[in-house]
Design a binder for this molecule. Structure first.
Ligand code: ZN
Length: 412
């Protein structure tokens, strides 16, 4: 049987030694009792962090630690209460005990790391914990990570919304385009929603440092950005504009669907996804399906072609050329009587400056899309993200570690 000294060596808790142990082979449990080593005299108040010399009393806490082989391990730690001149009687700060929960720091780290690549449910099963406990540990793990890191500066931001369903409706997402990291979530899509971000998250200097913002053509957000970030150029990016183009295609599809009966109805049915896909991304059989549809319905075909050709707008690097292309695209709409596209054209003309700004300030393409995709994949996998603070930390960690990043297939 190993001695306390040997247990101390294997346990590897800096500054602490094992003074008693108990091993139960039947239940496969190992219990270790530890206290400070003789030379470890540095005691800090858990309230204010200052060094305190006077001990009030001595207590004990039991925490679960990493398993030793197949043995589940519990460590009983001697914890002092100190008489802090600032805070009164307070527990000492112990690095190995990061919270009031009955787990050691490295146990929590192991659970948190496991949560980076697996759903809470699976991690719970692996560690023999309740799912809610796993989430609580993961949240603390992420909070500690966030508190210890230096946040990158914000020069280019993206603003977008994610549809969360009937109840919660929209989640506004602010992200850093250079680091592909979400920064903040807002619960609505009003001007005040984004005002809140600028007010609470950034200093005046940080607000002045923002040079570009990629946003949807959504007036309330534009007003907020113009008010708070005075050096910022608004850019209506491809991703958002193409979302509107897709909506226009879908409106045409639906109108045709309701107008025609019988055979046509069946043909249009279930083609929504196909019509929203880019031609280059479709397989031959899917292309054939669309061609059959187009042969029977010219309006749906025209709508699809208009969307496809609008996509090429962002291949232009000079605003003059971009403007000319847009003008010729709008000219194609004449005599087509495709109401949704006429509406889209008006919208584009109303937001012309912000579209052309794409040629004036270079912003990375597809970041807003990728951040969105990551958040959606977390939501799909997690189910338990009623806590938006947790969801945000999770998505930030995902961006920082690039775990499972490119979930979004980008069209060439
Ligand atoms: Zn104190």
């Amino acid at each position: 049987m190993p001695t306390d000294k040997e247990y101390t060596k294997i346990l590897m808790w800096p500054g602490y030694r094992v003074y008693q142990h108990e091993i139960d082979e039947k239940t496969k449990t190992l219990r270790l009792w530890v206290r400070r080593k003789g030379g470890n005299r540095k005691m800090e108040c858990s309230g204010c962090g200052r060094r305190v010399a006077e001990i009030y009393d001595v207590g004990e806490r039991a925490v679960r630690d990493l398993p030793w082989s197949e043995f589940r391990t519990t460590v009983f730690v001697e914890v002092l209460r100190l008489k802090c001149p600032e805070c009164g009687v307070k527990r000492e700060k112990v690095l190995l005990l990061p919270s009031k929960a009955p787990f050691s720091k490295r146990f929590e780290d192991a659970v948190g790391e496991a949560c980076e690549s697996a759903a809470a449910r699976q991690v719970a099963r692996r560690f023999g914990l309740a799912e809610s406990t796993v989430r609580a540990i993961d949240l603390r793990y992420l909070e500690r990570w966030a508190a210890a890191r230096r946040k990158p500066a914000l020069h280019q931001m993206g603003v977008d919304e994610i549809y969360m369903g009937k109840k919660q409706k929209f989640l506004a997402v602010v992200c850093n385009l250079e680091t592909s990291e979400p920064l903040w979530f807002g619960q609505e899509r009003k001007r005040e929603t984004l005002d809140e971000f600028f007010k609470t998250e950034l200093s005046a200097k940080q607000r002045r440092g923002i040079e570009a913002a990629c946003v949807d053509m959504w007036e309330p957000f534009r007003l907020s950005i113009e008010h708070w970030a005075t050096n910022c150029r608004i850019i209506y990016d491809k991703f958002h504009i193409m979302q509107h183009a897709n909506q226009a295609v879908d409106e045409v599809r639906r109108a045709e669907f309701f107008r025609k009966g019988g055979k046509m109805r069946d043909l249009v049915k279930g083609k929504r996804w196909l019509l929203l896909s880019r031609w280059v991304n479709l397989s031959t059989s899917k292309k054939n399906q669309l061609n059959t549809l187009f042969a029977l319905n010219r309006r749906v075909m025209k709508a699809y072609l208009l969307k496809e050709s609008l996509d090429r707008l962002w291949t232009y690097r000079y605003e003059g050329a971009m403007l000319r292309y847009l003008q010729s695209w709008i000219d194609q709409l004449r005599w087509q009587r495709l109401q949704p596209f006429q509406k889209l054209a008006e919208m584009l003309l109303d937001h012309l400056e912000g579209i052309l700004n794409y040629c004036r300030t270079k912003v990375p393409m597809g970041v807003v899309e990728a951040v969105n995709g990551n958040i959606k994949s977390l939501l799909r996998r997690g189910r338990g993200y009623k806590n938006l603070h947790y969801l945000l930390l999770k998505a930030q960690r995902m961006a920082a570690t690039k775990t499972e990043f490119v979930v979004f297939k980008k069209a060439a």
